[in-house]
Design a protein around this ligand. Structure first.
Ligand SMILES: Nc1ncnc2c1ncn2[C@@H]1O[C@H](COP(=O)(O)OP(=O)(O)OP(=O)(O)O)[C@@H](O)[C@H]1O
Ligand SMILES: [Mg+2]
Length: 484
């Protein structure tokens, strides 16, 4: 059975429920069969040993009785006396045979197989022997023993050894055992059915949380990501799966929330520069103007457009990083070398703001040089912009104990409030959007730094002390820990 989406149904042969149910039934049927067979065998052996014991006792009695008859004719003449004491006409037969295995006296029509009789008769003095055979559909069992006629007569020289056969018809016993067998088979079939039903019910009940997961997962859509599985009564194994499933839902929900937040932030960020562009253009077009005025408007518009271009590029970079579509060009290089290059690039801006850059330490890193430069650029731009005039921007490079590399860039200044610290790496986040220079910033710089570090399997973090010293730290992992 398969459902509408072509997945195997809960009752199909590769469902866990059906397999557990079948396994349960198979195991219990096998167990019942083994126990039943052992019982039947034990019963069979016990019944046979009782029959043999009874026959052996009767044989002993008859051997004793033989002594009272001094010859075969005497025995024949008084055969009712001889048979009388022990003879059960329904089930038993007694044969007295001579040393050649020829029957001398027979209590009832009984064909003791010739080879059994002659075989025993050929071994004079041998102890009693139990034998079995089938005749005319009846199962027989007998004890063969040597006896002596006339042992107790005065002329004991006339003593004649004879073979005594005491046989028992075991057909009724075997019939009973056959019936027992049949009942056992019925019992096995019935028991198997019942246990498979029980096994199926137990599995069906135990796997209910899985069906719940299925139902919940099928019902999940973008606007129902807040739904969670109720695991209060689920078995331990399913609880773990359910907990992972719930955690996955939570992560999806969070990503989805950030994505929609990002879209609304994005619209918001685009609105201001687009309004500016439109406003300026409309004002310029409202009446004829001198070419110089048009030139001013176009220059201002070009600046605005340049910022929009940078913003869309940054967003494209972040989107590619999210989708892990950026291929890293791994190489090993001196981080100090790249820091010096970026510092040199910012030297003019820094000098304008009376800020000096101090770099200490050195270490090689294994990373994408272009991306590292981009991250350093963003960090330097922030530090130089926020450092008050006359203060230094300090960069330290440390090889870590774990084989990784740390780079810290610190500047004095207003600092970042503790409640803002966890958000500085978020897209479009600015601590103070009313700052005069915030129109030039998009709030994407640190988001790009973080995403570059993540691509390298590393991490960027921020710390800001009460006295206003703000430090951004980049942690590059050891080369052995790089993501493939
Ligand atoms: N070195 C720093 N000192 C103090 N505040 C900082 C520092 N670096 C970043 N910040 C704060 O973190 C916010 C986010 O920084 P981010 O670099 O992401 O954006 P931005 O610099 O405003 O814009 P962009 O880098 O895209 O031009 C900044 O607006 C600023 O308030
Ligand atoms: Mg910045």
């Amino acid at each position: 059975m398969a459902d509408a989406r072509g997945r195997p149904g809960w009752l199909s042969w590769n469902s866990l429920t059906a397999r557990l149910g079948a396994l349960f039934a198979l195991l219990s049927a096998a167990l019942l069969a083994v126990v039943g067979l052992m019982l039947v065998h034990a019963l069979e052996a016990e019944l046979r040993s009782r029959d043999i014991a009874e026959l052996t006792a009767k044989t002993a009695q008859l051997r004793e009785a033989l002594g009272d008859f001094e010859s075969v004719p005497a025995l024949r003449a008084r055969q009712d006396d001889f048979f009388g004491a022990v003879y059960d006409r329904e089930r038993q037969a007694i044969v007295v045979a001579d040393r050649a295995g020829r029957a001398l006296l027979v209590s009832r029509e009984l064909m003791v197989p010739r080879e059994l009789l002659t075989g025993f008769a050929g071994q004079p003095g041998r102890g009693p022997q139990a034998v079995d055979w089938t005749q005319n559909g009846d199962d027989w069992c007998a004890v063969l023993a040597w006896g002596t006629l006339g042992q107790r007569s005065i002329a004991s020289a006339a003593a004649t050894p004879v073979v005594l056969v005491v046989a028992l018809n075991r057909s009724s016993t075997n019939l009973m055992l056959d019936q027992f067998y049949r009942q056992l088979i019925l019992l096995l079939a019935g028991g198997g059915l019942v246990t498979s039903a029980i096994g199926f019910a137990v599995a069906w009940h135990g796997l209910r949380p899985l069906r719940q997961i299925d139902a919940t997962a099928s019902a999940i859509t973008a606007d129902r990501l807040a739904e969670r599985l109720d695991l209060a009564r689920a078995p331990a194994e399913v609880q773990r799966l359910g907990a992972s499933f719930n955690a996955m839902l939570a992560r999806l929900h969070e990503s989805f929330r950030r994505l929609s937040e990002f879209s609304s932030d994005l619209a918001h960020e685009l609105r201001t520069p687009l309004n500016n562009l439109l406003g300026q253009t409309h004002v310029a077009l409202s009446r004829p103007r001198a070419p110089r005025d048009y030139q001013d408007v176009l220059e201002s518009n070009a600046e605005e457009l340049e910022r929009l271009r940078k913003m869309t590029e940054d967003m494209l970079f972040l989107a590619k990083a999210d989708e892990a579509r950026t291929r890293l060009d791994w190489q090993t290089f001196q981080l100090r070398h790249e820091v010096d290059k970026v510092a040199e690039y910012f030297a003019v801006v820094a000098e304008d703001r009376a800020v000096r850059v101090e770099v200490t330490g050195a270490a090689p890193v294994h990373a994408d040089r272009r991306l590292v430069q981009r991250a350093l650029n963003n960090l330097f731009a922030n530090a130089v912009r926020h450092a008050p005039p006359g203060t230094p921007v300090r960069v330290r490079i440390d090889p870590g104990d774990d084989g990784g590399v740390r780079l810290a860039i610190a500047n004095a200044g207003p600092g970042i409030a503790p409640e803002h610290l966890p958000r500085v790496f978020d897209r479009f986040f600015r601590t103070d959007p009313s700052r005069p220079d915030s129109a030039e910033s998009s709030g994407l710089g640190l988001a790009i730094v973080q995403s570059i570090m993540r691509m390298h399997g590393g991490l960027a973090s921020a710390a800001s002390e009460a006295d206003g010293l703000t430090t951004f730290t980049l942690r590059f992992p050891a080369a052995s820990a790089h993501p493939r």
